[in-house]
Ligand binder design. Structure first.
Ligand SMILES: [Ca+2]
Ligand SMILES: [Ca+2]
Length: 218
């Protein structure tokens, strides 16, 4: 062939390749897949299967009427009512679980008519300087409890709180469990076996008393 013909053939082939490659490029596109995972730092009272307990409660043992003050003890966090903290974050590892009276520092145990206090530090379940005119104090000791990681979550850097008694205006919330820097994130932990004791004033009238408490994790 003459060089001119070779040149034309070469040009034709190059043009063909250009068009074919152009067609391939024009046929290309991309797509981005997205997946959202939601959740927030949370505390739930769960049963042995991990299901939320609809109406959790702690029944202190029955006490007989007495003219002298007495102490009633119970456990916060049992096999059927575990305190479960969930931290779904991949970036935040610090949190604290605490307990306080739902109705605040002026709450009292009540049977609808009679009442006794949960945060009066006066000796022998007497009434002190607060405005409720009843005695009684609740002490919570998380240090005797047990922390268990759920689903293989490490318990490193997750600690139980120390024993404290509620005192109106000065100790209105008690820390039960907390995570410090280095704790697993995300992670989930169960707390059980927290000891609670409550003093009952002497001469407290018979009745079925209750007080609502709220667990908070922040
Ligand atoms: Ca009080
Ligand atoms: Ca009082």
């Amino acid at each position: 062939m003459f060089s001119a013909e070779l040149f034309i053939l070469g040009f034709a082939i190059a043009t063909l390749i250009f068009f074919v490659s152009s067609i391939i490029v024009l046929a290309s596109d991309s797509t981005q897949m997205t997946q959202s995972i939601t959740g927030s730092l949370d505390v739930q009272i769960v049963d042995g299967s991990g299901n939320t307990v609809a109406s959790p409660g702690i029944a202190f043992p029955v006490k007989s009427f007495a003219m002298s003050h007495q102490t009633s003890s119970a456990t916060l966090g049992t096999a059927s009512e575990k305190l479960r903290v969930t931290n779904p974050s991949g970036t935040t590892d610090i949190w604290t679980l605490s307990i306080a009276a739902t109705n605040g520092a002026t709450a009292v145990w009540t049977n609808g008519t009679n009442s006794y206090d949960f945060n009066d530090p006066t000796a022998n379940a007497g009434d002190g300087a607060d405005a409720d005119s009843v005695g009684g104090q609740m002490t919570i000791d998380p240090s005797v409890g047990t922390i268990a990681g759920v689903g293989g979550t490490s318990t490193s850097n997750v600690s139980k709180g120390s024993i404290f008694s509620f005192a109106e205006g000065s100790k209105d919330s008690i820390d039960l469990m907390s995570a410090s820097a280095g704790a697993a994130k995300p992670g989930q932990w169960d707390l059980t076996g927290v000891a609670i004791s409550q003093t009952i004033p002497g001469g407290q009238a018979v009745g079925s008393y209750s007080i609502d408490m709220t667990l908070t994790v922040i």
